[in-house]
Each structure stands twice: as structure tokens, then as C-alpha cells.
Design a protein around this ligand. Structure first.
Ligand code: GAP
Length: 512
């Protein structure tokens, strides 16, 4: 199966097992908007809890807030979003389809990278153990040719990006013969800028309606509450404010399932610091956030930093944590050193003094900020795509299992009576009563035990507990492990502690 096909299978699996549904499906859906089902919402909540607790509980100098989605429209002028939150768009004149010019070029570069990796894989297969990858990459003519092509286009792209030269974007597209996937032609319009914010109006028109925006990031809700939190919480710099909430962007190229949505959720933390200390803090937050990801056990090799070559005018350092999604390494989280741009501008636009009095230095300043910003939905996609596994069993059957990190699994334990009689359902119910206060669970007595196991594998339940006839006499149950499929007899009174050890969020946090 190609990665593309595999991705389609994953999307279908997410729908079939209640993780993610297309929004408004009975009306044929709404592009780039999705609903979370009964499994998806629990996975998402577990991810949010992991982030929230890691931020606000493990750092005594970070507190959380929940600000409104609607904000004063001047905020978006101050933040620069009204003037500059744009995508460079290009239309194909034949198909009349619209694309992001930068995405067309990045996809082209991605295809060259794929070609190089295919060559390397071929070499690996051909030379076996004797394969020297570094030497192969440095000498193979096909790899060198593709690499030279990549370098040339990449250099032009980076220069155009730096200079905001959209005519050059178009020229790269034409020179590389990047065609519209629908019409197959290279008949492109000029590149134009398109603002990504959704707007609506507040108050009735007769009252003089106000144009307001649906927030495109949660961060501004933190900045405009900086003084409130600092004063009421008696916070001393350095300190952070964390927030989880919805954000909205009118994405034109909305694809790859929940990777790029028009309504999505962010987990953002702004860390307020003394000017001049920002590069130290930037380094610390890079390490901290990478540790948070790797701690989930999805493989350190599946993450990498991508330092920004082009910095926003207000930033003095920026990096992305990229994850190895089925469509390649892509941004999962951004970490930015935002200087005092946002607080400084809110001070200017609101006319309110936004400063911190440093009692140790006896001076006042506008704090600098390090921001960590991660999309909840991208995190859900990272977990789902990494967890989806198809295994060939010894009996020739296939097993589809979601190897979701146990503390994030939507359902932690399934309780099943072997048969629906002989007092087994009653005992199983007692087991449920023992576990339900600590763990999300499902009780299942329908179909063969094998089918029930498969259903739980498909939603990623770490433990299945089966109550059988022996249980009535010995007070033990069979516990089956999702990943190894091994089974062991465990006393009912020991179940809680055994499950807790593997699924507990507390243990996950302890490892940080
Ligand atoms: N406050 C900074 C900020 O919003 P960003 O890089 O635009 O920075 C941060 O967004 C994170 O939000 C991204 O790393 C990504 O995980 C998530 N994100 C951004 N746009 C998204 C979209 N359209 N759909 C889903 N997630 C998105």
C-alpha cells in the first residue's frame, strides 16, 4: 500500500470506529471541518490533559486561563493579523482552481525528496549489509542530480520568501513546470494575498454593527490578559500563561484530513521574561517541548526541529517541531521568541501601560515572550497515524490495532463475561464497579471473545478483562494486553493497580 492509500484507510478507520466524522455529513459535509466522535473526543481530552497538567501543574510559575473567542477588533490590528495574516494564492486559469503558491512549491520539493529517498532505499536493498548510506548519498549520480535540483529551487524559494517576492513564486512554479492537478496545465494567474481571518458582526445593524473576527490564534487572549493575570496572581517574571481553545482560519488549501482545518484547537503558552534572556529561554523551551513529545513513546526518530530561515519581523528565533506524518515530516508545534512585539503593540493601540516592575532591579520594562503553540488536532493526527498498525497473525488473519500510548487511549479497559449466563455477567458487573471510578471502560458481552478483542484493538484499548467460570471460584480474571496479546490471570482486587501502572497520566507526567 502506498502512503496515500494507507492514509485513506486511516481516515476510513477513524470514521468507522467513532474517532472523527466529517462535519455536517448528512448535508454532504463542510470542507475542512470535522467533528470528534465518542472515541475521538476522549483521545483529544486526554491529549489536552497531558499538555495542561505538564504546563500548569509541573511549573509553579505557569497558570492557565480561558479567554473569549470574540475579542475587540483593534486587537487584530495591533497583532498584525488585519494587515499581514495572508496566504499567497494563485489560480489556474483553465480549471479555475485556487492554490497556495508556497504549498505548490513545497510539494514539488517534497516530491524531489521522495525520489531521493527511493533511490537510497533501492541502494539499501541492492547492497544489503555492505551499504554505506553517506557514501551513496554523496556519490550516486541520480541522488546528486535530484539534490542539485532541490538546492536550486529551495534557494530561490527561500530568497523569494524573505523578500516577499510573489512574482518570483509564480516564476518558480512556471520554471519547474508545476501543473494544476485538475487541468494538467501551467496556465497560472499572478499570485495574490488573501487574509485568513473569518469575520462576523456584533450587535444589530441598526445599532451600528461592529465587524469582529473569529480569533485565528488563542495567543492574543493571553497577551491582552497579561496585566490582569500578573496583578491578580502576583506573578513574578519569569512566568507563563497557558490556554487551550478554538481558533479559526479560512484556509484555502484545506486538506490532509485534520492536519489543516478551518476550525481547530490550539494549546498555547506565552512565557514572559526579562529582555535579553530570551535566547536562553528559547533553548530551554525547545528542550522542554521535545521532551514532552518523546515521553509519549512514539519514537524520538519521528520528531525533528526545523529552524525558520525567514523570521517574522517581530521574532528573533523560531523553530517548528515536525512529526513524521504519513505524508512526511510536517509542523506539529511552533516555538517562537516573539520579543516584546505583542505587548508593545497592545500598549500602543490600547493606550494602557503594559509593563512589569522588577523589584530586584528596581526598573520597569515590557516583558519579552517565548511562545509554545501546538495544534490539538495535529497532535490527534500524529497519535492516530502513528498508532494505526496492521499485523499478520500466525493463523493467517489480519489484526488492525491502534497502538495508542496507553495514557491517551480513549478506553482504558474492556470488561467481558465469557458467556452471557451462569452468573458471569453479574461478576463482570462487579469488576466494572471496581474499576469505573478510575478508568474509562466498556462493558461488552456480545459476539465471540475473539471478535470482542478485535473491536477493542481497533479503538486502542490497552487491557481486556475476561470473566470466566473459574473466576467464580478463584476470584481471578484473564487480562489480555493489547500490544503483545499475552494473557495473564490476575486477582480482581489487584486489577486496579495493574491497569493504573500502565495507563496513568500521573506516571507519564512523572517521567518528564
Ligand atoms: N500563536 C502562534 C500560532 O498560531 P501557528 O504556527 O500559526 O502559530 C500554531 O500555529 C500551531 O497551530 C501549528 O503548529 C499547528 O499545530 C496548529 N495549526 C495552525 N493552523 C492550523 C490549521 N489550519 N489546522 C489545524 N492546526 C493548525
Amino acid at each position: 500500500m502506498t502512503q496515500d492509500e494507507l492514509f485513506k484507510v486511516l481516515v476510513a478507520h477513524c470514521k468507522e470506529y467513532g474517532f472523527i466524522f466529517p462535519s455536517s455529513e448528512i448535508y454532504d459535509g463542510l470542507a475542512a471541518v470535522y467533528d470528534y466522535g465518542q472515541m475521538g473526543v476522549q483521545l483529544k481530552n486526554n491529549i489536552k490533559n497531558y499538555w495542561w497538567e505538564a504546563m500548569t501543574r509541573l511549573h509553579e510559575n505557569i497558570v492557565g486561563i480561558d479567554s473569549a473567542i470574540f475579542m475587540h477588533p483593534r486587537i487584530w490590528e495591533a497583532s498584525g493579523h488585519v494587515g499581514a495574516f495572508n496566504d499567497p494564492l494563485i489560480d489556474n486559469k483553465d480549471s479555475k482552481k485556487r492554490y497556495r503558491a508556497d504549498v505548490l512549491i513545497e510539494d514539488y520539493l517534497g516530491k524531489i525528496e521522495e525520489k531521493i529517498e527511493k533511490e537510497v532505499a533501492k541502494g539499501k536493498k541492492k547492497f544489503g549489509d555492505a551499504f554505506d548510506e553517506a557514501q551513496f548519498r554523496a556519490t550516486n549520480p541520480n541522488v546528486l542530480r535530484e539534490k542539485a535540483k532541490w538546492d536550486e529551487v529551495h534557494n530561490r524559494y527561500v530568497a523569494a520568501e524573505k523578500a516577499n517576492d510573489f512574482a518570483e513564486y509564480r516564476q518558480i512554479i512556471i520554471d519547474c513546470n508545476i501543473v494544476c492537478p485538475i487541468s494538467g496545465t501551467c496556465n497560472w494567474t499572478e499570485v495574490r494575498q488573501f487574509n485568513l481571518m473569518f469575520s462576523t458582526s456584533m450587535g444589530s445593524t441598526a445599532d451600528g454593527a461592529n465587524l469582529i473576527y473569529l480569533r485565528p490564534e488563542t495567543a492574543q487572549g493571553i497577551f491582552v490578559n497579561y496585566l490582569n493575570v500578573q496583578k491578580t496572581g502576583r506573578m513574578k517574571i519569569p512566568f507563563g500563561i497557558a490556554q487551550i481553545g478554538k481558533a479559526f482560519r479560512n484556509e484555502i488549501v484545506a486538506r490532509q484530513f485534520i492536519f489543516r482545518m478551518r476550525e481547530f484547537e490550539q494549546m498555547e503558552m506565552q512565557f514572559f521574561i526579562k529582555p535579553g534572556t530570551e535566547l536562553d529561554w528559547f533553548k530551554k523551551w525547545k528542550e522542554n517541548r521535545m521532551k514532552w513529545h518523546v515521553n509519549l513513546g512514539m519514537g524520538a526518530e519521528n520528531y525533528r526541529f526545523h529552524d525558520h530561515e525567514k523570521l517574522a519581523h517581530y521574532a528573533n528565533a523560531a523553530t517548528d517541531i515536525e512529526f513524521n506524518f504519513p505524508f512526511g515530516f510536517k509542523e506539529l508545534e511552533g516555538i517562537h521568541s516573539r520579543t516584546n512585539f505583542d505587548l508593545g503593540n497592545h500598549q500602543k493601540f490600547s493606550g494602557k501601560k503594559i509593563e512589569y516592575f522588577d523589584p530586584e532591579e528596581n526598573t520597569s520594562y515590557t516583558p519579552y515572550v517565548i511562545e509554545t503553540s501546538i495544534g490539538v488536532d495535529r497532535m490527534v493526527l500524529a497519535v492516530l497515524s502513528h498508532s494505526y498498525t496492521v499485523e499478520q497473525l500466525e493463523n493467517g488473519e489480519e489484526r488492525v490495532v491502534m497502538k495508542i500510548p496507553a495514557p491517551l487511549a480513549p478506553i482504558k479497559v474492556a470488561v467481558m463475561p465469557l458467556v452471557k449466563k451462569d452468573g458471569l455477567p453479574e461478576l463482570a458487573q462487579k469488576v466494572v464497579d471496581e474499576l469505573k471510578y478510575d478508568f474509562s471502560y466498556q462493558y461488552d458481552e456480545k459476539d465471540s471473545i475473539g471478535k470482542r478483542y478485535r473491536r477493542q484493538d481497533a479503538i486502542g484499548t490497552p487491557f481486556c478483562v475476561t470473566v470466566d467460570h473459574d473466576s467464580l471460584n478463584d476470584g481471578c480474571v484473564t487480562v489480555r494486553d493489547r500490544d503483545s496479546m499475552t494473557q495473564q490471570r490476575v486477582k480482581i482486587e489487584d486489577l486496579r493497580a495493574m491497569i493504573e501502572k500502565k495507563v496513568s497520566l500521573t506516571n507519564l507526567l512523572r517521567n518528564l
